[in-house]
Design a binder for this molecule. Structure first.
Ligand SMILES: NC(=O)c1ccc[n+]([C@@H]2O[C@H](COP(=O)([O-])OP(=O)(O)OC[C@H]3O[C@@H](n4cnc5c(N)ncnc54)[C@H](OP(=O)(O)O)[C@@H]3O)[C@@H](O)[C@H]2O)c1
Length: 321
């Protein structure tokens, strides 16, 4: 029997990777979007997906879209709400959207597996006072699902992702900038020490689909309520930057600034990234507070060659750098 996966966020970077990979593997893919006329939605239809409309803020629309599905993937994005609503309300809204997906999923009798993108909470990593809206909202949703929807939690995997390589061309704060009146010198100004330890997710448009496929194929490893962490390597912020230097050949200097100055430059988005980096500075190993419940590509036996690492991803994107 052909199995159906409903992919929320299918027109975005991560969801699109999941939808395309599972289509390739023979799943029936129902792609959720709020706008079936977008170019991304049309491309999914042309690739073989069924399109359906639902909104994370509307549980009834999610429940209708989930009917008859065997698996659901969900990913939210807080960043627009940070501008519209401010950080606390934005975190609350993202948390509620993930809980809405779970509540609707809990009504679906055919469902075998729910995969939700979350992140470790800033307060769990670094202690009280280290609330990071886009991390704590997602992690708070995972906690609510585990506490209030235990039957669903038994068939849920929470999926974390490390730093996207596309930050170097899609996230203005995380792009090196050229210094005017120099011979092409660049600076990378961050509210962090260059020795700060982070995790690199490599080429997310390739790796996310492969990783979700591994989660689905290995329920004895990914369930119940495990945190499946997608990264291809780990290192310092300087090493993250070094991969960019290696590929572009540009002379680039890492400069540490304060969170206050970073916020002055980049506004609410800067504050969000800065709070995240501040939380990471407290704990090198993100899995520490979740010890025993975190699984990685190694647990799935994914070969190193299968996932595309940071430097290879940068080489693939060289013309955008
Ligand atoms: N950049 C990094 O290094 C990094 C690292 C780890 C995690 N992350 C996380 O990655 C996530 C972003 O993923 P992405 O890049 O794939 O996002 P994205 O490209 O912005 O896509 C967002 C998707 O969500 C859908 N969507 C948005 N609001 C919706 C709503 N109200 N109802 C239904 N669907 C809705 C959109 O669909 P339609 O518009 O078609 O409806 C779109 O498909 C964020 O949560 C971020 O925290 C980023």
């Amino acid at each position: 029997m052909t199995k159906t996966i409903t992919v929320c966020g299918a027109t975005g970077t991560v969801g699109n990777s999941v939808a395309l990979r599972l289509l390739q593997e023979g799943w029936h893919v129902k792609a959720i979007t709020r706008n079936q006329d977008s170019a991304a939605a049309k491309a999914l239809y042309d690739a073989g997906a069924e399109l359906a409309t639902a909104d994370y803020d509307d549980i009834a629309s999610l429940e209708t879209a989930f009917q008859g599905t065997h698996a659901i993937f969900g990913i939210t994005n807080i960043f627009q709400y940070l501008l519209d609503d401010g950080p606390d309300a934005a975190a609350e809204r993202e948390k509620q959207q993930l809980v809405n997906v779970a509540t609707a999923a809990s009504k679906i009798e055919t469902l075998d597996h729910l995969i939700l993108h979350t992140l470790p909470g800033g307060e769990k990593l670094a202690g009280p006072g280290n609330f990071v809206p886009h991390m704590d909202g997602k992690d708070g949703a995972a906690d609510i699902i585990k506490k209030e929807l235990p039957v669903l939690a038994a068939k849920t995997t929470f999926m974390w992702i490390g730093f996207f390589t596309s930050n170097f061309y899609e996230t203005p704060m995380l792009k090196p900038v050229e210094v005017p009146n120099t011979n092409g010198s660049h600076v990378y100004i961050q509210p962090a020490d260059p020795t700060l330890h982070i995790y690199f997710a490599g080429d997310v448009p390739t790796n996310a689909g492969i990783f979700v496929s591994a989660i689905l194929k290995n329920p004895t490893i990914s369930l119940p309520a495990k945190y499946a962490f997608l990264y291809t390597s780990q290192g310092t912020m300087q090493e993250y930057l070094q991969a960019w230097i290696n590929v572009t050949g540009r002379q680039t200097t890492f400069i540490t600034t304060t969170l206050e100055n970073y916020e002055k430059i980049w506004g609410p988005f800067g504050k969000e990234i800065g709070l995240m980096l501040k939380a990471f500075a407290h704990v090198e190993d993100w899995t520490t507070p979740y010890r025993g419940d975190v699984i990685t590509a190694k647990d799935f036996g994914l070969d190193e060659g299968e996932l595309v690492d940071l430097e290879a991803a940068l080489q693939m994107a060289a013309e955008k750098l």
